[in-house]
Design a protein around this ligand. Structure first.
Ligand SMILES: NC(=O)c1ccc[n+]([C@@H]2O[C@H](COP(=O)([O-])OP(=O)(O)OC[C@H]3O[C@@H](n4cnc5c(N)ncnc54)[C@H](OP(=O)(O)O)[C@@H]3O)[C@@H](O)[C@H]2O)c1
Length: 215
């Protein structure tokens, strides 16, 4: 599927970096916060020139939606608006900044909790294990020896394929990590989260992380 419009929920560090990178890749970008569009119009003009400041409902109606809001605010996302949409979950649980949130305090990955909340959305975990500053400088053309790889996890294979194409156009090798639960191995605190990897390295680390423990 050819994507035209990328909707971004969150105009903070990650949302604006994704917006600029997506604009560079030739996408039309709509960016929103929880506030009315008019309140972020000036910010968008300066920080993400070329992106349209819109209300969250309009961003949620885009071909592909990137959710980049602080995780402690995840319940302000709108499951009704995101039902049926392909949504990239770029969010991480950081107890240091989010505070301890009981919802994320079990063995499930944060994206599994988000998927349960956004029950109708086609959620793909990705873009969470790259710093917002790196996103714009580490991008490389396909085939570059030092091209960085980003993992994707989802229970929806079609949505995962769509997001893989997006990641590739942003300048990264998309690597299928498996179902949404596999996102646990590239959350904060993991080897994958803590460094940059090429496709070969990332595939190796994913295989290692998913290997059953030997007795
Ligand atoms: N920092 C990194 O390098 C990095 C990298 C990968 C992933 N992450 C993760 O990405 C997420 C966002 O991080 P950040 O550093 O970009 O946060 P941030 O700078 O605090 O920005 C968050 C943005 O989300 C908006 N927002 C809040 N509720 C919203 C809603 N319901 N709908 C739309 N927008 C909403 C906020 O605007 P208003 O509150 O004004 O509405 C703000 O613009 C976090 O989960 C973080 O862990 C961070």
């Amino acid at each position: 599927m050819e994507l035209g419009v990328i909707g971004i929920l969150g105009a903070g560090q990650v949302g604006t970096a994704v917006a600029r990178q997506a604009l560079k890749a030739g996408y039309r970008v709509k960016i929103a916060t929880a506030k009315p569009a008019a309140e972020i119009a000036l910010l968008a003009e300066i920080i993400t020139p070329g992106a349209e400041a819109v209300d969250a409902a309009e961003a949620a109606a885009a071909d592909l939606v990137v959710a980049a809001v602080p995780l402690h605010k995840y319940r302000t996302l709108r499951p009704d608006l995101l039902a049926g949409r392909t949504v990239v979950d770029a969010m991480n649980y950081w107890a240091q900044t989010d505070g301890v949130i009981a919802d994320f305090d079990d063995e499930r990955g944060s994206s599994e909790v988000i998927q349960e909340f956004l029950a109708g959305a086609r959620l793909v975990k990705s873009l969470n294990h790259i710093g917002y500053r790196e996103l714009e400088v580490d991008a490389r053309e396909p085939g570059s020896a030092d091209r960085r790889a980003l993992a994707l996890a989802s229970d929806d294979d079609d949505a995962k394929a769509v997001v893989a194409g997006f990641i590739d156009r942003l300048g990264y090798d998309p690597i299928d990590a498996g179902p949404l639960s596999a996102g646990r191995v590239f959350q904060p605190g993991t080897t994958i989260f803590n460094a940059a990897h090429t496709a070969k390295q990332l595939r190796g680390l994913l295989a290692e992380a998913n290997e059953p423990a030997r007795p």
